[in-house]
Design a protein around this ligand. Structure first.
Ligand SMILES: Nc1ncnc2c1ncn2[C@@H]1O[C@H](COP(=O)(O)OP(=O)(O)OP(=O)(O)O)[C@@H](O)[C@H]1O
Length: 301
């Protein structure tokens, strides 16, 4: 992946009425990366997005998009951005098409050809001339995506984009975002509560808790951080003895963790030479939800 930074968030602090909402939050999203911002209600996710979009002033810190500082060079920085922030406001009595025309007229004009293409891309062509008041939540969300994509952004910022969507809508959204990255190298930053979804889509995640960034990491490396294995070994007692002797740990019946640096193949041959029958020995992939719970609980201690 290109390690060229598209979005640089540095040392953000924000207070509301004397209460800290963000405390020294920093992260970088590289071009072509899909980055998830996770956290409980009130963790500071929307405040972070609001600051990135120049809609909320930070107490301290800076945001650069494509190398341009949002507070000093706002129009250049935001020219590269498409966003769905909070509930998109559409005129219910106008059609989807008229909404796009109206909204685009506020910012740089309406290109019919480009709009037709984007509407087709978000699967709204058959209903684009119906009134938005008759749209389902999923269709409104797709119209919001069309609006966000019309200025041909290089980065999409999405606030809880799958909130309230049904499983089919969530899947559509996931395929759409992954397709945008594949076809156009789109960079995406989004907030979400849906950890399983984030895990399927994101390259990296940051976890915010009470305004602080308490974790940042790659989703692909979740499994590597802890060497946990699901095993079927007999006799179990002998296997546990050999495991303890090598510094490993029994997590539950049939579930063990190996110490850092111990090659699982080497441990399996040690088991076999110790007279243990190895019927199964498979790495367990930790889910993002497991990681989220562990990190959040550790932060509370
Ligand atoms: N305009 C505001 N005025 C006062 N307090 C605010 C304002 N906006 C946010 N806050 C407070 O700042 C903190 C962070 O809120 P924020 O909305 O950023 O969290 P969040 O992680 O997006 O939560 P959620 O998932 O519920 O949207 C919360 O304590 C919230 O009450």
């Amino acid at each position: 992946m290109d390690a060229d930074p598209m979005l640089e968030v540095s040392g953000l602090w924000k207070e509301f009425g004397g209460k800290p909402a963000l405390q020294d939050v920093s992260f970088t999203v590289h071009r072509g990366e899909i980055y998830g911002l996770l956290g409980h209600n009130g963790a500071g996710k929307s405040t972070t997005l609001g600051i990135i979009l120049g809609m909320v002033m930070p107490g301290k810190g800076s945001v650069r998009i494509g190398g341009h500082d949002v507070s000093k060079d706002r129009s250049k920085a935001l020219r590269k951005v498409g966003a769905i922030f909070e509930s998109p406001a559409f005129y219910d009595y106008l059609s989807g098409w008229e909404n796009l025309r109206q909204l685009m007229s506020y910012s740089g004009g309406f290109d019919e050809g480009a709009a037709r293409e984007v509407v087709e891309r978000v699967d709204l062509t058959p209903r684009i001339h119906s009134k938005v008041g008759t749209y389902s939540h999923g269709m409104r969300q797709r119209l919001a995506l069309a609006q966000a994509l019309l200025p041909e952004p290089e980065i999409l910022l999405l606030d809880e984009p799958t909130d309230g969507l049904d499983p089919e809508g969530i899947r559509w959204f996931r395929d759409f975002i992954l397709g945008l990255r594949k076809d156009r190298g789109m960079t995406v930053l989004f907030n979400s509560h849906l950890l399983a979804e984030v895990e399927l889509m994101c390259d990296r995640v940051a976890i915010l808790r009470q305004g602080k960034r308490i974790h940042e990491g790659s989703v692909a490396n979740l499994a590597d951080e802890d060497a946990v294995y699901q095993v079927d070994l007999e006799p179990w007692g002998t296997a546990c003895g050999l495991l303890a002797a090598r510094g490993g740990e029994v997590l539950a019946e049939g579930r063990i963790s190996l110490p850092p640096g111990l090659d699982p193949a080497e441990f399996v041959s040690c088991l076999v030479s110790g007279g243990v029958k190895v019927r199964a020995f498979a790495p367990v992939r930790r889910s993002l939800e497991d990681l989220y719970m562990e990190i959040s609980q550790a932060a509370d201690r």
